[in-house]
Design a protein around this ligand. Structure first.
Ligand code: GAL
Length: 433
């Protein structure tokens, strides 16, 4: 193992104890507040002309990429009411809520049957959804839920087809704050209604997403609207037009380095579609799941922060180690993701296993600022021999003041010729100005 790799490990532990700069903490707090404000704004839109006027003066829903936790990546079909309550408690006690992780999202498999009036019931794993929402809210958190425009969800539970208004109203009655709407069996409906006509199928898909958007608006309750249809039909082109605050850009992530890094790297080129209120979603985090090593977890968190991706943790918080908590709550990495400019980073250099990505950040005291991440996706440590930092391509001056985020260390003034060693599957993340 190289020296750099050992140093990063040590730093992860130090950060867990010492935390980060006050500036980053304040930034994160501000972002949580802006999401809360933006929800009021969306509620105001539902309240008619007077409300719309009020909304115009307030920030958007998901003004910064949504942050929270989702049950699928770890619990999948086994998630219960108790898991959600435990997670809510732990989001608070581990400091994750205060770092910005406010949405607690129940994914697929909560759905029961419909009653005689067609109203959706939760199943025996979730005996009282309203009580659960009240509990989650009492912790200063928000509750998310999942459904599909099809008759069945991907796990074969009850979907919303033909019940969109009823379901949205039910979610509002329970106190739901976030809906992930997953295409699943609606793909079959599309193929059946418009056989061999892909453009017509795509129109049906967009209409289905718009239908649920309208249903949510009618409730008057602000809900983050998350599209999940795996990036089909260039969803980034039309997501905002159906009210989406985020849209999945790919198929499912899994807890291994190859899949995670393939998804993250494939976001290159999509940066122009992301911005306040509407984000590309490369799927939920696997930090702390599977067999990801320390460096792989740091790379995952860094890549998602550089992408201004939604930070939806997916690990089992009851077993979270201090090392994983330190990665997920690193305030400087979170501040990069949540930066108020809302710019998704771009890949500015790629050769062999090394890639450099840059993300413009809000200027500091009139100085251009950016995050620069040097990734090593290769199988051995890389010494960056002959590799420049490419500051010019990042729109930065020849020399910049730099801080190494994961090492928690100011580096002083550096230039394009700065050299470091990047561990296998690791990254060096700089904030420069
Ligand atoms: C998939 C989706 C996953 C998860 C799963 C639940 O389609 O991409 O994130 O929601 O369905 O069945």
């Amino acid at each position: 193992m190289c020296v750099r790799s050992r140093m990063l490990k040590a730093c992860g532990l130090i950060l867990a104890v010492a935390g980060c700069s006050v500036g980053a903490a304040a930034q994160a707090a501000q972002n949580v507040q802006s999401v809360q404000l933006s929800q009021e704004a969306e509620a105001a839109i539902g309240a008619g002309a007077h409300g719309a006027q009020r909304a115009a003066t307030k920030p958007k829903v998901a003004a910064t990429p949504p942050m929270g936790w989702n049950s699928w990546n770890f619990f999948a079909g086994k998630v219960t009411d108790k898991d959600i309550r435990d997670t809510a408690d732990l989001l608070v006690s581990t400091g994750m809520r205060d770092a910005g992780y406010v949405y607690v999202n129940i994914d697929d498999t909560w759905e029961g049957k419909r009653d005689a009036e067609g109203r959706i019931q939760s199943n025996e794993k979730f005996p009282d959804m309203k009580a659960l929402a009240d509990y989650v809210h009492s912790k200063g958190l928000k509750l998310g839920i999942y459904s599909s425009p099809g008759a069945k969800t991907c796990a074969g539970y009850e979907g919303s087809l033909g019940h969109e208004d009823q379901d949205a109203a039910r979610y509002a009655e329970w106190g739901i704050d976030y809906l992930k709407y997953d295409l699943c069996s609606y793909g079959g409906v599309m193929r059946q209604q418009a056989p061999n006509d892909v453009p017509a199928q795509n129109k049906l898909m967009r209409d289905a997403y718009e239908k649920m958007h309208q249903a949510i608006v009618k409730t008057g309750r602000p809900m983050v609207y998350s599209l999940c249809q795996y990036g089909d039909d260039s969803v980034w082109d039309w997501g905002p037009s159906v009210g989406a605050n985020l849209w999945r850009t790919t198929g499912d992530i899994s807890a291994n380095f190859d899949r995670m890094s393939l998804i993250g790297r494939s976001q290159a080129g999509l940066e122009k579609f992301a911005g306040p209120g509407h984000w590309n979603d490369p799927d939920m985090l696997e930090v702390g799941n599977g067999r990801l090593t320390h460096d792989e977890n740091v790379t995952h968190m860094t890549l998602w922060a550089m992408l201004a991706a939604p930070l939806i943790a997916g690990n089992n918080l009851t077993q979270m180690t201090p090392e994983i908590a330190a990665i997920l709550t690193n305030k400087e990495a979170i501040a990069i993701d949540q930066d108020a400019l809302g710019k998704q980073g771009s890949r500015i250099y790629a050769e062999g296993p090394v890639e450099i990505w840059a993300k413009p950040l809000k200027s500091v005291a009139g100085h251009k600022s950016a995050a620069v991440a040097i990734f090593n996706f290769g199988e051995t440590a890389s010494e960056m021999r002959g590799i420049r930092l490419h500051l010019k391509e990042a729109g930065l001056p020849e020399h910049v003041m730099a801080r190494d985020v994961w090492a928690g260390k100011d580096l002083g003034k550096i230039g394009d010729d700065w050299r470091t060693t990047i561990p296998r599957h690791g990254v060096v993340l700089l904030v420069v100005r």
